[in-house]
Ligand binder design. Structure first.
Ligand SMILES: [Zn+2]
Length: 131
């Protein structure tokens, strides 16, 4: 079981953040162009044996974000309006984008956590079978 971490943009939640390598240099989000110090990034720790390496999780997160934006933004947007999370008129694209990014991040987190639970259950079953 390895622990990997992925960093997300604090403004839009995108995992596509370029980090500066020099101490004190700024990071930049490739989605919303936010710039700021690395301490501002939202760090999520993943404990998993499924995906090795932060890069894989970052790419998985980016693909999920694209998928949510492409396939789910309209139906989820309608639901957000229906339930009062977004106004029915003059929807702010940045606010909408933040909800979409948050949804994609939640999906990725839930999938990885569920995979971890499945692996833990399988491990336990295998141990019980040995006894
Ligand atoms: Zn951003």
């Amino acid at each position: 079981m390895s622990t990997d971490q992925t960093k997300f943009c604090p403004l839009c939640g995108s995992p596509r953040v370029d980090e500066g390598f020099l101490v004190g240099s700024l990071c930049q989000c490739r989605s919303c162009m936010w710039q700021g110090p690395s301490e501002k990034l939202v760090v999520h720790q993943f404990k998993t044996s499924l995906l090795d390496g932060t890069d894989v999780i970052t790419r998985f997160s980016a693909e999920m974000r694209d998928l949510v934006a492409r396939e789910m933004s309209l139906p989820v947007g309608k639901a957000l309006v229906k339930w009062g999370f977004l106004p029915p008129t003059s929807i702010d694209a940045v606010v909408w984008g933040r909800y979409m990014n948050a949804a994609a991040r939640a999906i990725v987190t839930a999938i990885i956590e569920t995979r971890d639970q499945i692996e833990a259950e399988e491990e336990k079953e295998a141990q019980n079978a040995e006894i």
